[in-house]
Design a protein. Sequence first.
Length: 294
Amino acid sequence: MSEGVGTDKGVGAAESAGTGSSVRLHQLFEGRRLTPTQRRIAHCLVRQAAAVPFLSSVELAQLAGVSQPSVTRFAVALGFDGYPALRRHLRDVAPAGSEPEERSNNPYQQAVRAEIDNLRQLASLLADPGPVERAGRLLAASRPLPVLGLRASAAQARGFAYFTAKVHPDVRLLDEGGSMLVDRIDAARQAGASALLCFALPRHPRELLDALDHARDAGLTVVTIADGTFAPVAAHSDLLLPAAVGTGLVFDTVSAPMLLGQVLLEAMCDALPDAQAHLEEFDARAAARGLFVE
């Protein structure tokens, strides 16, 4: 089973943090095998933690894009007698005065507000920094460090690899799939890699899951930044760090995963004794070359 922020094996983050209903909501899903439809409902619950306790099963079904019976089956799968019992529980864990405020019908504003909610949720999850700090140590110790991200996740992997290369001596970006991907993972392992960082955001390619399984079989510890503890990659990762994506626009928005990547890089710098020296050396070379406009 994977570890992660807010999971039992992730040093009990949800329990110890105790800040925000979205954190406590994660406890409902841990250790449960959810169907894709149920994962969709779970994702909706976490994203709309403040509003959901006041919705009917029909309204929640419409919000999640599923059928009303699916909502009922989801509640039963979580151990409740039905959706009314689940809703009572959600009201109990919702912070006081959390009834949804009147919001603009402007879809652009709604998308921004949803992203702000995702960042607030991430802040609550990071109340326990243990999982991120552990991930930072694992990645800092890996020589080389493979960073994997395919399709929609390639941009996040590329950005992380760009900055990490300024403090880590050997970062290997894996942002293309195909038959060569396994070869590149094997090459990193043979060169001494001990861990692999994966960015896994919707939609999740099948070959990504195969690549993670191969990496673990090869002896690499897989750290994954994903869109939730119930994401498909959870069972294929050793340490899962969740950050919700926004789904209100045509294409997903990923402010929280991007910020989590930078937080993870900060934790890596703390675990790399020469990180500051490398940054100062780069600044000196950049100044000598006139690399940046002042």
